[in-house]
Design a protein around this ligand. Sequence first.
Ligand SMILES: [Zn+2]
Length: 244
Amino acid sequence: MARMPDIRNIVILTGAGISAESGIDTFRGAGGLWENHRVEDVATPEAFARDPELVLRFYDMRREAIQAKHPNPAHVALARLDAEWRGGLLIVTQNVDDLHERAGAKRVLHMHGEHLNAWCTACDVRSQWRGPLIADSSGGRPPCPACGACALRPDVVWFGEMPYRLDEIYAALRRADLFVSIGTSGAVYPAAGFVRDARELGARTLELNLERSQGSAWFDESRLGPAGELVPAWVEEVLDARAA
Ligand SMILES: [Zn+2]
């Protein structure tokens, strides 16, 4: 990491670990239950087709919960890096909360969608959405602001669906001199493969994580600990090295 002058383009992948430190519970791979439903059973297209009200209530609850959470020092440090780093930078997040943006980061790509967006399956338009998608106790659904159809769903990538904007992500990985993975388990593909792709394309690779991830062997360097401590220290190091 000492040779920052060689580094111009950075790709950062963030995962559940960074949101967990803001109190957002993670459910991918956690084997979690929600009102006796396996989370996988409320986060698939099949579940939505079978029982849309159940799925929408689950996401209404999560949408409400994240709005009461706040960015932590890791989000704040990445926003600072985004503001001060003049080279290429892309923060690819697997998280569907808006904590990177609320910390002030601009160059953020949500590969698994966003809780605060609704997607109309009638007209394909995405709208910012903060309230519930079940409008009343009888299960009525609010109309799409663009076309009026009551066909809104969470704009979140479910199990079995294709992540968003992979072309942009791979284009950034091809340009990257440094790939940094923060708070990810390394268990969910395709994101888990980004480190190998970045490395094969010539980037240095760094992992900042609570524990070694499943792909740990692919990283040139692993630093273990809470993101709220590791990320601010790393950002400081990057910006200092650049200034030196
Ligand atoms: Zn619509």
